[in-house]
Design a protein around this ligand. Structure first.
Ligand SMILES: Nc1ncnc2c1ncn2[C@@H]1O[C@H](COP(=O)(O)OP(=O)(O)OP(=O)(O)O)[C@@H](O)[C@H]1O
Ligand SMILES: [Mg+2]
Length: 226
């Protein structure tokens, strides 16, 4: 039996708003096994990004249990969260957070340079990914000169470069036209399956959601299995 990479029980998340409590997630049950692909759908504002940020160790939660590779996340300090994120997770955010001073080639190569300190290798794979995402002519551009959809593709390439065990992707095709979105999504998921990685992604596109082995819908603060 494949072991659980992630196991979440009875998790709740709320925000404080002035004097009241704004409850976003309640009694969430969620598990991820190695090499699984999991899609999350649900209406805008329901809490998909909030949930992915919690899974990606970028946000805290109020109650419940979260075990990551059998370690209790509640006991993690921020340094340990950083270590786990760097070791396990590639995150593609809904908003891209590229480094404005660097070219897109440098943006994509950077995480690999930090990890392996081999510039040639990092640049070679970064270039391959960017070419695959149809950005060959843009590799020496700074992000500000790229369209939203182009920046999104750079962010996807950056998440793939280290071949992390887990990829968390938040609405990665939101800024793309249908043809480009199909191309990018198909390459993205094929690459992940080829590298035997685990993928958790939120999307508003049912066609892409259906590509996952496990399909979840976030409704009324918890998951429904589709
Ligand atoms: N820091 C915060 N303080 C208070 N409320 C917040 C905060 N961050 C998010 N929220 C609220 O949490 C809810 C869920 O937001 P979230 O971004 O997770 O939704 P989503 O499902 O990803 O939506 P979309 O499909 O539009 O991306 C929203 O109603 C939002 O207003
Ligand atoms: Mg979102």
């Amino acid at each position: 039996m494949t072991k659980n990479l992630i196991k979440i029980n009875n998790l709740s998340k709320s925000y404080k708003y002035r004097d009241s409590k704004l409850s976003i997630l309640e009694n969430i049950e969620f598990e991820v096994k190695e090499k699984q692909t999991i899609s999350i759908t649900g209406p805008s504002g329901i809490g998909k990004s909030t949930f992915l940020n919690i899974v990606g160790l970028l946000d805290s939660f109020n109650s419940g249990q979260y075990y990551f590779d059998e370690e209790n996340v509640k006991k993690f300090n921020s340094q340990k969260k950083n270590i786990f994120r760097n070791k396990y997770i590639g995150f593609v955010h809904q908003f891209f957070y590229l480094i404005p001073e660097l070219t897109i080639l440098e943006n994509v190569a950077l995480p690999n340079m930090v990890k392996d300190n081999n510039k040639n290798k990092a640049y070679e794979y970064a270039q391959y990914l960017l070419e695959t995402f149809m950005l060959k002519d843009r590799i020496n551009f700074k992000p500000i000169y790229l369209s939203g959809g182009e920046q999104q593709r750079v962010a996807i390439a950056r998440a793939l470069i280290n071949k992390p065990k887990i990829i968390i992707a938040d609405e990665i095709t939101g800024n793309l036209d249908e043809e480009t979105a199909d191309h990018v999504f198909n390459f993205f998921i094929n690459e992940i399956e080829k590298n035997r990685q685990t993928l958790i992604y939120a999307t508003h596109n049912i066609k892409y959601a259906n590509r996952a082995k496990v399909k979840l819908e976030l409704t009324q603060k918890s998951f429904k299995k589709l």
